[in-house]
Design a protein around this ligand. Structure first.
Ligand code: NAD
Ligand code: ISE
Length: 338
């Protein structure tokens, strides 16, 4: 069966995912596209013979749309996801699931009432081969119980519109999700330390930031978020356990020796760094839907947890305090105790 996908938001990542669903993932076809910028929708839809529809509600309602992909701006996500749930259609939503905890909870309530998982959130790092190998090692017990995790998330530069809060909401959100998954543990508190700022930033921005998280089991995580590091897009993660450690591999790159130097390339953006992860993420999403199964990737609950934890991190940055994350109890529907 071919899964017919309707796309809401044909911007940067929307176009990437349309290309992926068209050229890379088998069993999927993009049949409808919308964007508040009609020319952008047309540009994305025309080459693949998809229809341009007037808005998100029309995409969700279309007869030739089996599943919905939401790649519009964050504050619009909740509306489109709730529409898809109301129509009983599976929906893949790029991060964030919603920009407020209240909206995430509305989505959870609607999905639980529907009685079957429909929502998957676009945290693609869970599909990265290196993170998957790390998880296998941690789950196998080879390094013993994890105690500390050291991470870095570095972007070469960010535009002037990027704010200090986005370091948590837009950037560290990926570590928040992947670490909850890697450790099978919950983040219970968050704190932010701001070192001497880089001169390479826009004046209003606090960059770099060091985020300190604590999990329910007492694991301590330090995360450097440095979004004007200049030299490349660099993602580092090392988990230290009672009997050893496991480290995220750098992407494969040839070593070049010339002029008395040995060098390997450092990538410059997330598109290249996580291309294979995005491909796997969409292959698995489509394969599950084609087989009539529920999505197995990051859930609405994971989207809610990420929104709450990153909002608490912004509060920690602004107040200088350690902030408790204060998550609601996880419903049994998502594997919780109750
Ligand atoms: P973008 O601004 O390039 O594209 C967003 C598009 O959505 C724009 O074309 C805009 O006109 C359109 N749009 C906004 N509201 C709409 C609505 N209600 N209906 C239809 N179209 C609408 O932004 P982007 O960089 O592509 O980011 C989009 C989303 O993807 C964001 O939520 C972002 O956080 C997420 N994202 C995820 C990753 C990742 O690594 N997983 C990377 C980049 C962006
Ligand atoms: C962007 O939105 C992403 O999701 C990237 O993965 C991240 O590295 C970047 O910092 C964000 O702005």
């Amino acid at each position: 069966m071919t899964v017919r996908v309707g796309v809401i938001g044909a911007g940067w990542i929307g176009k990437e995912h349309i290309r992926r669903l068209t050229d890379t993932v088998t069993g999927a076809r993009v049949t409808a596209v919308t964007d508040i910028d009609a020319a952008r929708a047309e540009e994305a839809a025309a080459p693949i013979g998809a229809r341009v529809l007037p808005g998100g509600a029309a995409v969700v309602a279309a007869d030739d749309v089996d599943a919905v992909l939401v790649t519009s701006w964050g504050p619009t996500h909740a509306e489109h996801v709730l529409n898809a749930i109301a129509a009983g259609k599976p929906v893949f939503c790029e991060k964030p699931l919603a920009t407020t905890a209240e909206d995430c909870l509305k989505i959870i309530e609607a999905e639980v009432a529907h009685g079957r998982r429909l929502v998957q959130v676009g945290f693609m790092r869970r599909y990265d081969a290196g993170y998957r190998q790390m998880k296998q090692v941690i789950d196998s017990g080879r390094i013993g119980e994890p105690l500390i995790v050291h991470c870095a998330h570095r972007n070469p530069t960010v535009p002037e519109s990027y704010t200090s809060g986005m370091a948590a909401l837009d950037t560290a959100v990926h570590e928040v999700d992947v670490l909850r998954w890697l450790l099978d543990d919950e983040i219970v508190s968050t704190q932010v330390i701001t070192p001497r700022p880089t001169s390479k930033r826009f004046e209003h921005l606090k960059d770099p930031q060091i985020m300190l998280f604590e999990t329910a089991k007492g694991v301590r995580i330090d995360l450097e978020v440095f979004v004007n590091c200049q030299y490349g897009y660099d993602i580092q993660c090392e988990a230290v356990g009672e009997e050893g450690l496991v480290r995220l591999p750098d992407p494969a790159a040839v070593g070049v020796r010339t002029a008395a130097q040995h060098s390997t390339e450092v990538l410059t953006d997330w598109v290249g760094r996580f291309r294979d992860a995005f491909d796997t993420e969409f292959r698995e999403w489509i394969a599950n839907l084609a087989a009539g199964n529920e999505p197995t990737g990051p859930s609405a609950w994971d989207g809610y947890a990420a929104t709450v934890i990153t909002a608490a991190t912004v509060e920690a940055l602004e107040s200088g305090r350690v902030v408790a994350t204060d998550l609601k109890p996880r419903p049994a529907f998502y594997g919780g105790a109750a």
